[in-house]
Design a protein around this ligand. Structure first.
Ligand SMILES: Cc1cc2nc3c(=O)[nH]c(=O)nc-3n(C[C@H](O)[C@H](O)[C@H](O)COP(=O)(O)OP(=O)(O)OC[C@H]3O[C@@H](n4cnc5c(N)ncnc54)[C@H](O)[C@@H]3O)c2cc1C
Length: 293
């Protein structure tokens, strides 16, 4: 591995300034679970690694009691999210996703921000944040801007981030009552496995707890970037939610996906798993809504 200098700025501004001084030869590093692999394999050879670890505000996880907005700093680790009772109770879709990432060691250091910015189609952390209508706050040499989490991704390993731009945090808007959400990572093994397909569903029902007023069906590894199955979502909104309609939504979501064959799985199998799991996770959402009443 080529030698590099390790910089530890304490503020976002300092990190951006460091990057500005060495823009061609520096790289931001979060937990390093992706970056270190690439350094070891010689896929990148920066002269400077700019660590985001000491920027305190980027490791904060909190819910604003007044607005009920959840704020997840980009440097929050998967393990922090997994252990948080607030996440377990109020955002089961996040818990489902992060608690199955890699191994305990990977979850202890890997961050939610690194998971998004690495931008692989199989990023488990992306799906719940898209389903929850997450908004990413970016900060770069030209100042701050924000975008929907779903719009971060351009192509595998490619995001909308400009050189020197940092993902600072993700804001999750307040959730309506009668909302249930869940995620399933379908893979060949139970641990240390990237998903063959990742499926997240979020349903909000009206006050009668029968009619759907909001639906999110989000898929990972189903296209070059994480995607929403808009047609399947549209089918559910305004309708009474039961097993039959969830089966129909699963078929539509499978048809909407752009799955392909890869070394880890076949397209037809991925489609089948979308079809089957949209129904299963949809039913789990209904169960969550019922249990929370
Ligand atoms: C053994 C193993 C198993 C894994 N299993 C899974 C799995 O099951 N599911 C899964 O989704 N992933 C998995 N991963 C991938 C990886 O652990 C996650 O994507 C992790 O969340 C990456 O976070 P990190 O902080 O380590 O990123 P880093 O390696 O630090 O960074 C990744 C990329 O993001 C950039 N970056 C990081 N933070 C920021 C920021 N705040 N702003 C701007 N740029 C930033 C870096 O420059 C780099 O390009 C696995 C990795 C390993 C090694």
């Amino acid at each position: 591995m080529k030698a590099f200098k390790y910089l530890s700025p304490k503020t976002v501004e300092e990190a951006i300034a460091f990057h500005g001084q060495h823009s061609e030869t520096s790289k931001f590093i979060g937990g390093g679970t992706d970056v270190i692999v690439k350094l070891k394999e010689g896929w990148m050879e920066p002269d400077f690694l700019i660590s985001l670890k000491k920027i305190e505000e980027m490791s904060e996880l909190h819910k604003n009691e007044a607005t009920q907005e959840l704020s997840i700093g980009a440097m929050v680790t998967h393990a922090t999210l997994e252990k948080s009772l607030m996440i377990q109770n109020d955002y089961p879709i996040i818990y489902d996703a992060v608690s199955n990432i890699g191994s305990l060691q990977v979850r202890n250091v890997g961050t939610i921000g690194g998971n998004l910015i690495n931008a692989v189609p199989s990023a488990d952390g992306a799906i719940p944040l898209i389903a929850l209508d997450g908004v990413a706050l970016l900060h770069g040499p030209d100042g701050e801007r924000s975008c929907d989490v779903k719009d971060i991704f351009v192509a595998p390993y490619k995001t909308i981030l400009k050189p020197g731009e940092i993902l600072k945090k993700i804001a999750i808007p307040p959730q309506a009552s009668n909302t249930g959400s869940a995620y399933i990572k379908f893979g060949r093994r139970a641990a240390m496995e990237l998903p063959l397909i990742g499926i997240g569903v979020l349903l909000t029902l009206d006050e009668t707890k029968e009619i759907c007023i909001k639906a999110r069906i989000c898929l990972g590894v189903a296209a070059p970037v994480p995607m929403r199955a808009f047609g399947a979502e549209k089918l559910l909104v305004g309708k009474k939610i039961n097993e039959e309609i969830l089966i129909e939504a699963g078929k539509i979501a499978a048809d909407e996906s752009k799955v392909r064959d890869s070394v880890r799985g076949k397209a037809w199998h991925r489609k089948e798993m979308i079809r089957v799991h949209v129904r299963r996770i949809g039913l789990k959402c209904l169960e969550i809504i019922k249990n929370n009443s």
